[in-house]
Every structure is written in C-alpha cells, then in structure tokens.
Design a protein around this ligand. Structure first.
Ligand code: PHE
Length: 434
C-alpha cells in the first residue's frame, strides 16, 4: 500500500498546500469576528503568544508523524501502537464535523459573489443576511455546491487536484488581500481600527477568552484533525520540518493580521461595531463596499478572496477522511469521495438549517452550527492534539534529534511533547470550560 501512495511533486508544493490548509475562513472570517467579540488587541496578544509557543510542538509533531509513518491518520496511530487505532479515527471524524459547519459558510460566500456582481443594491444588508441564512433552499444547495467543489479537487488526487488548486488559488488570495488592505487603510479614521487591533485593554483578559484564542490557534493552523499529518505523509524525502513549520505559522499569522487590518479600520471608519459575530464579514464589509466607488466590483473581489481561502482549506478538511477511507477500506479515491459527500451532507444540512427551520434545536445553548464550531475548535482539535503529543512522546520513543538537529532544542521538544503541551492544553481547556 505504502509505495502506491501519492507524493507532492516538490517542496514548494508541500509548503503552499500546507499554507493553503492553514489560511482559510479561520483567518478572514472567524479570526476578526472572534477578536471583535473578545475585545480586540488583548485577544490578538494572547493569540500570538499561544500560536508562537504552544502550537509549534503539536504542529511539527503532526507533520513528523505523517512523514515518518507515510500513512493516513488511523494507519499512522496504528503504526505507533495498534491500541491507538481508534483514537486515530477521531481525526477524520473531527474533519467531517468541521466540514459540517465550515462548508455552510462556503455556500454563503458563493451567494455573495453572485449578489455582488449582479449589481442589484440591497437596502438593509443586516436584514438581508439574517433572512438569507434562514432560507432553507439556497443555504442547502449552496452548501452542497461548495462541498462538491472541494471533493472534486480531492477526487482528482494529490498532484492533479490538491496541488493544482493551491498553486492557482493561493497567489490570487495574496494579491486580493493586499489590494483590499490598501483600500481599507486609506479610509477616513482608519487609525481607530488599528488602535483597536494593537492597543490591548488588559481588563478584558479572562479564561474564556484564552480558550477561544487557543481554539482559534488550533483551528487556523489546522492542528488536531490530522490535516497536516495527512499532508506530511505525502512529503517525498527527508526535508527539514522545522523550517516548514515556521513558514506555516508565520504565513498564517500574517494572513490573519492582514485580514484584521483589512476589516477593523473599515469597521471603525464607518462607525460600526466590531463585535457583531459571524455576520461581521457578511454584513459590515458589504455595507462599506456599497459606499465605495466600484463597490460591487470590490465586494465581488472580496468574496472571491474568501472563496479561494475557503476552498484551499476545505480541500484539506476533506482530504483527511478521504485518505482514511481510501486506505482503510481499500477503495478508490472517487468511491471514497462519494461516501464522504454523503457523510458530510448528513451533518451539514441540519447545520445549514439551524438559523431557520431548526433554530429551536439547541445543544449547550447553541444552535447546531455554533455547537459544531464550539465542539470541534475548542474541544476536539485540542484534545486530538493532546493525544498525539502523548502518543508520540511516550510510545514512539522519539529521539528529538530525528526532528530537530540541535541537541538542546531536541530535548525541549521531547519534554514539550510528553509533559508541557499536554498539561498546558488540559489546563486551558479546563479553565475555559468552567
Ligand atoms: N485552518 C483552516 C482555516 O483557517 C480550517 C481548518 C481546520 C482546515 C482544521 C483543516 C483542519 O480556515
């Protein structure tokens, strides 16, 4: 089985697809609105602290386990110790649950692209958004279209599908983002948005916010559901993973901060509130675009940016269960994709309806969409990461030097895997959930 596995065609392909997985709705849609809900700059400070310290070890660990075992998640855990096969299965399950809410936002984006280019102005964008997300027909059909696009690339395979999509979409994403940042920074009172982002108010620091920052960090780096493990398993030779890990973290943070710089100055410039939640990008920004020259065009371009980001991450979300189905059930990629399409639809449709028809169904006081987001980002992703750190720290008998050449850092890495990261993650989860 192993020698039939696909491989990336170059190191660049690996890096660009891993960055494509990391940079997604998490950076452009989720990060700004969560930052808005938790008080701006202080959230950013906590987030950066977490991302540059605690996240580094599980990230590199995932890449390494993938590269070392050359297997999808379930097989990789099994290769370390057959007892852990079922823990490995939590990764593709988490992927399917994430897809259950992520792909709905993908569907919303497709609608907004058409809406922008159609040129029909909408009077009240807030009302339009809250009515639109309640519409059962459009939200379900568009979710399925978005799901189909991601599954299509996965079905075409690692080189022809995943690599090609990322190589085309990521540069487009970068150029559009910079263009929109320039527009936003030139709006009147842009400095207020920058102050909101970079001047922390320490009184807003609390444990719920720290858990949210942790969940966001795992979500945005794609840690904890085996996406990087699966991508790591397609790495060809012995490439240094440390550099790749830094590149992924730095690029992802840069994209998130730029997305904030694109959004907050515009929000403050038009006297709007930054804590409006999931609708921030779908209500506030279109309102601003509608007042700019060539507003429809700019709005369309913005949602294309969002779509590119969502597709490259969406592909990595489906690739984890897709690879697991292929290798566990010994079926073709296409068959695995059909099966996956059905599994994701099973969760995505109720979540898509959870703003309208199914609004009354509440789990932990949240609708299905918000519950899936909370369950995966704040619980399953950190939990899977804890398991993988413990498993590779204690059972793989890792020699840190396999990963990091410098003896001191290699030792720190092993101690981090065995003790520090699991303890900190458990503490943070415990504090945030209480
Ligand atoms: N990192 C992606 C984003 O920021 C989402 C994602 C999570 C992708 C987990 C894969 C695995 O949008």
């Amino acid at each position: 089985m192993t020698d039939k596995r696909p491989l990336w065609s170059s190191k660049y392909s690996f890096i660009i697809t891993a960055i494509g997985s990391a940079v997604g709705l998490g950076n452009i849609w989720r990060f700004p609105y969560i930052m808005g809900q938790y008080g701006g700059a202080i959230f950013l400070a906590v987030y950066i602290l977490i991302i540059s310290t605690i996240c580094f070890i599980p990230l590199i660990n995932e890449l390494y386990i993938g590269k070392y075992t050359k297997k999808e998640c379930v097989g990789a855990y099994e290769a370390i110790n057959p007892k852990f096969k079922y823990l490995g299965a939590l990764n593709p399950i988490t992927g399917i649950l994430i897809a259950g809410f992520y792909f709905i936002v993908g569907g919303w984006i497709i609608n907004y692209i058409f809406k922008s280019f159609s040129g029909n102005p909408v009077e009240n964008l807030g009302e339009y958004f809250s009515e639109f997300v309640k519409n059962p027909f459009y939200t379900c059909v568009l979710t399925e279209i978005f799901l189909f696009i991601c599954i299509f690339f996965s079905a075409r395979g690692v080189k022809k599908g995943i690599e090609t999509a990322n190589k085309v979409l990521m540069p487009i994403l970068g150029v559009i983002l910079i263009f929109l940042v320039i527009i936003s920074l030139n709006l009147p009172n842009a400095h207020e948005g920058l102050e909101y982002m970079f001047k922390p108010d320490f009184s807003k620091l609390n444990s719920k916010m720290i858990l949210a920052a942790l969940g966001q960090a795992f979500f945005t780096l794609s840690i904890g559901m085996g996406a990087l493990l699966t991508y790591g398993s397609y790495i060809k030779e012995d490439k240094t993973l440390v550099k790749s890990a830094y590149t992924i973290i730095l690029s992802d943070t840069a994209f998130a901060v730029l997305a904030g710089i694109m959004i907050f100055p515009a929000v403050f410039s038009f006297n709007m509130v930054p804590n409006s939640g999931a609708g921030l990008v779908f209500v506030t920004l279109p309102q601003i675009f509608s007042q700019l020259p060539y507003g429809n065009f700019i709005s369309g371009i913005f949602f294309i940016l969002l779509l590119c980001a969502a597709i490259t991450s969406g592909i990595s979300i489906v690739e984890v269960p897709c690879a697991a189905f292929v290798e566990r059930f010994n079926i073709s990629r296409v068959k695995s994709c059909v099966l996956l399409f059905l599994c994701i639809t099973f969760f995505a449709i109720p979540a898509a309806l959870s703003f309208g028809m199914l609004n009354d169904i509440k789990l932990l006081d949240k609708n299905i969409f918000d519950f899936l987001d909370f369950l995966t980002s704040n619980i399953l992703l950190p939990m899977n990461a804890i398991f993988l750190c413990l498993i590779s720290g204690w059972f793989l008998k890792l020699n840190g030097n396999d990963i990091i050449k410098n003896k001191f850092f290699a030792l720190c890495f092993c101690i981090g895997l065995k003790y520090i990261v699991p303890i900190i993650l458990i503490l943070l989860m415990f504090m945030g959930l209480n």
